[in-house]
Design a protein around this ligand. Structure first.
Ligand SMILES: [Zn+2]
Length: 487
């Protein structure tokens, strides 16, 4: 026994879900140098107790491995978190409207009340969204902006006034300003053909001053910690410029105030100039550069704007423009030459087929040769394309967007198609690396447990049974996918 090295930490009297199929549960663990030295019964673990060992009684509570969200817009979300009212998990529209009213009363001018994603009408007992009249009544004077998935935004009269949309405002190229019979904006903005109008309107609102963005990011990381998250891969995001919008996270990193480990991907912001962005960034950064808490992870999820297929299941599937292949090839060629790992947003199999044509062509000239790359989302990918991803050494990062909009998908494509969307079980059967994540904060919720519930139960947030038995994952597999990244 004296050859034993004592543990630094012992956790007793807990329920440990070990994600080890041979030994799925344990009541106690001993930890040293950040590693488990013993997992088992109280007696087995207490053998590692030394004079300086900290012993914690969990009093029967469950302990889980730290979760990793492989697709989160954390850095951008952190800058705005303190500005947002979140409706995650709120059971009724009546509650949601009450929260809106209370928030409007305590929101100082010129700030807005923003509800930016993380909810669906199917979670409410009333099974519907608020009306414009209801939000005008709840907030007569404070601007209110409510984003619903990727399809629309609801603005009250005060918000319409500050953004300046009137009878004379033409529809912007990216969307539609809904009008009444007199031609006046109603307050509803519709993402048709894409979500640009929603984000461009949101961007008109006041930002937080820098020091409050620092606080906001800390609050957001704390909230993620509360849900069991310890690391994330940041997927960049629209209006999230590098290096300008990374000042806050860099400051938190230098002060050692980060409570989530982040690997971050760089997202191009300039349609038509994407290659210039990546040429600039490959000169500035090396993949892996940074520390264990904050390191660079390559390119994406946007590589070229022409390759972005927009996942609004209320609208028909978009066909990507014919020039997409040439633009994507130039960027991917550049990334592979510089050995930059990359990720690419792709919702539909039709888009994925064309992107894979490009990847295979580049791979013939410059072999990928083990370079890490993956698709994000891949809701409708087929088995044939899963095999092509595998042949190129790629992976797939899956998110629970269907938990929030499965009802819409089923209405357009049918229950049968919905049962395999996305085909996570098939990706795993094929041996692909699969990461799980949320794609929060603007569409789905950042709550990893909502995503786990969706994969294990096969149900959407609204309760629709979408996955059949063969497509659902068991709890161990689902949890395991949440404890590893795919990058
Ligand atoms: Zn995406």
């Amino acid at each position: 026994m004296d050859s034993f090295v004592h543990a630094e930490l012992i956790l007793l009297n807990g329920q440990f879900h070990t994600v080890d199929r041979e030994n799925p549960f344990a009541e106690a663990v001993a930890v040293r140098d950040g590693k488990f030295v013993q997992v088992g019964t109280e007696a087995e673990v207490m053998a590692y107790r030394g004079e300086r060992t900290k012993v914690v009684d969990l009093k029967g509570h469950t302990a889980i491995p730290g979760l990793n969200d492989s697709h989160l817009h954390l850095i951008r979300g952190g800058l705005n978190y303190n500005l947002e009212l979140r409706w995650e998990g709120v059971p009724s529209l009546a509650d949601a409207l009450r929260m809106l009213k209370e928030q409007a009363l305590r929101t100082p001018s010129p700030q807005w009340v923003r509800v930016v994603g993380g909810w669906t009408e199917f979670q409410f007992a009333e099974r519907r969204m608020p009306t414009l009249d209801e939000i005008n009544e709840a907030a007569p004077d404070t601007p209110v902006f409510i984003l619903h998935l990727y399809d629309r935004a609801l603005l009250n009269r005060a918000a319409l006034k500050v953004v300046g949309y009137t009878k004379d405002t033409p529809n912007p190229p990216g969307g539609e300003i809904q009008r009444d019979s007199n031609g006046n904006p109603t307050g509803m903005l519709i993402a048709r053909p894409n979500a640009m109008i929603l984000y461009a309107t949101l961007a008109k609102g006041p930002k937080l001053p820098l020091e409050q963005q620092v606080n906001s990011t800390r609050q957001f990381m704390r909230e993620l910690n509360r849900l069991g998250l310890t690391s994330a891969i940041d997927a960049g995001g629209g209006f999230q410029n590098y290096p300008e919008d990374y000042e806050v996270i860099a400051e938190l990193h230098s002060k050692q105030q980060m409570t989530i480990r982040i690997a971050y991907n760089l997202f191009t912001q300039r349609p038509g100039h994407e290659l210039e962005d990546f040429e600039k960034w490959t000169d500035m950064l090396t993949p892996g550069q940074g520390s264990d808490f904050f390191r660079h992870n390559g390119a994406g999820e946007m590589l070229v704007f022409s390759a972005a297929d927009f996942e609004d299941f209320l609208e028909p599937r978009p066909d990507l423009a014919s020039g997409m292949e040439d633009e994507l090839e130039r960027v991917v060629r550049h990334l592979v030459e510089h050995r930059w790992p990359f990720r690419l947003h792709a919702t539909y199999n039709e888009s994925i087929s064309r992107m894979l044509d490009v990847f295979e062509k580049v791979n013939c000239d410059i072999p990928f040769n083990g370079l890490h790359w993956f698709f994000d989302h891949a809701e409708t990918i087929t088995e044939a394309n899963i095999e092509r991803v595998k042949a190129l050494g790629g992976g797939i990062a899956v998110q629970h967007r269907m938990a929030f909009q499965g009802e819409y998908f089923a209405e357009r494509y049918g229950q049968q198609a919905t049962k395999q969307t996305p085909p996570v079980a098939k990706m795993l059967e094929a041996g692909l690396p699969v990461g799980l994540g949320t794609d929060a904060t603007r569409v789905a919720s950042y709550n990893p447990w909502t995503a786990l519930y969706w994969l294990v139960s096969g149900r959407t947030v609204g309760g629709m049974q979408m996955y059949d038995h063969s497509a659902r994952l068991d709890r161990d597999t689902a949890l395991l996918l949440w404890t590893q990244g795919s990058a």
